[in-house]
Design a protein. Structure first.
Length: 327
């Protein structure tokens, strides 16, 4: 089979240097695509270069708030993948500007550039009627994408884990520093964590024609777990044993309000994230029955958190990452 690299197959990944984007870039490069990694700060995308051959991966500047930069990034590409999203408003980066109008700009650019396939990464929980601004923005973004590019494939993952994730790392860090762990809403919310490399494989498979045009796929890992289960496992893998402080949702919202002046990176949770915790984040029965899952996109044996996460949470252990080498 002729390599895509030899015949010049080009894929553009918006958000290429990001958490999900970098794994998508790696998967595309492994399959022989030339990859254009579009980002607001291409000067910070040097970590992508070793993922491919010399000249195979090229970082370019693109800002979803400026449609002309999206069109320039999509020009000449066969496939476009959009992994860009924000969880909350920050400075000029607003939910509507990035998750809705930015998604629309990418889809319009893909259509005008004559791109064959577009894959847009959304999130399980996207709902235009949600009380969460993030969930509403993701649903509006999906609608905007399909209005511009009706054959686009929408990918909705549950929480995504991997070495750079903001879930397991965040709570492991909290267990290291705090004497108590907050058990929000009794820890009953259900999640279906998916490994970022498995998600990237599903995304690239969809971009290469595996998915059904215009369909919405819900992507979860092999196991459903409650928030309490995930905190228990996080503490075990990080070598910690902090007691839990039961925190009802109303108290979690109050805490989020009181910490509102702080930067988002310093806040335990935002009000919007508390709202999202009030709803399960798992693959729906409809998606399973209609075969709109990770297995339908060619990932038959997705990895569980128990296989991957302990390796990168070892650094949070009380005696350090390499304590076991010292006996």
């Amino acid at each position: 089979m002729t390599s895509k690299l030899l015949h010049g197959g080009l894929a553009t990944v918006f958000g290429g240097p990001g958490f999900v984007g970098r794994h998508v870039v790696r998967e595309l490069a492994k399959r022989g695509w030339r990859v254009r990694a579009a980002s607001r700060r291409p000067d910070l995308a040097g970590h992508l270069q070793p993922m491919g051959a010399v000249g195979q991966i090229h970082a370019v500047q693109a800002n979803l708030r400026y449609p002309e930069s999206c069109l320039a990034a999509a020009a000449g590409a066969e496939i476009v993948i959009n992994t860009v999203a924000i969880m909350s408003n920050s400075g000029k980066q607003k939910l509507k500007a990035v998750n809705v109008e930015g998604a629309r700009a990418v889809a319009r650019a893909a259509r005008e550039a004559g791109v064959k396939r577009l894959v847009h990464v959304s999130a399980i929980g996207a709902d235009k009627n949600s009380n969460s601004a993030y969930a509403r923005s993701k649903a509006e973004g999906e609608a905007a994408v399909l209005a511009e590019f009706p054959d686009a494939i929408i990918i909705r993952p549950s929480i995504v884990f991997g070495p750079e994730d903001e879930f397991f790392n965040r709570f492991a860090g909290m267990a290291r520093m705090s004497p108590l762990m907050p058990l929000i809403g009794g820890g009953r919310t259900k999640f279906q964590p998916v490994y970022v490399a498995d998600l990237a494989t599903a995304i690239v498979n969809a971009a290469e024609g595996k998915g059904q045009p215009g369909a919405v796929y819900e992507i979860g890992g092999p196991a459903v777990a409650t928030f309490r289960n995930l905190l228990d496992e996080t503490q075990k893998w990080a070598g910690r044993d902090r007691p839990y402080f039961p925190m009802p949702f109303w108290l979690a919202r109050l805490q989020a309000l009181l910490t509102w002046p702080l930067p988002n990176s310093m806040r335990p949770l935002t009000v919007d994230q508390v709202r999202m915790l009030q709803k399960d984040n798992v693959v729906s029965e409809a998606a399973k029955s209609e075969e709109r899952t990770i297995e339908a996109l060619g990932v038959e044996h997705p990895k569980s958190a128990a296989v991957v996460v302990p390796q990168y949470l070892e650094r949070f252990k009380p005696k350090g990452q390499f304590a076991h080498y010292r006996g």
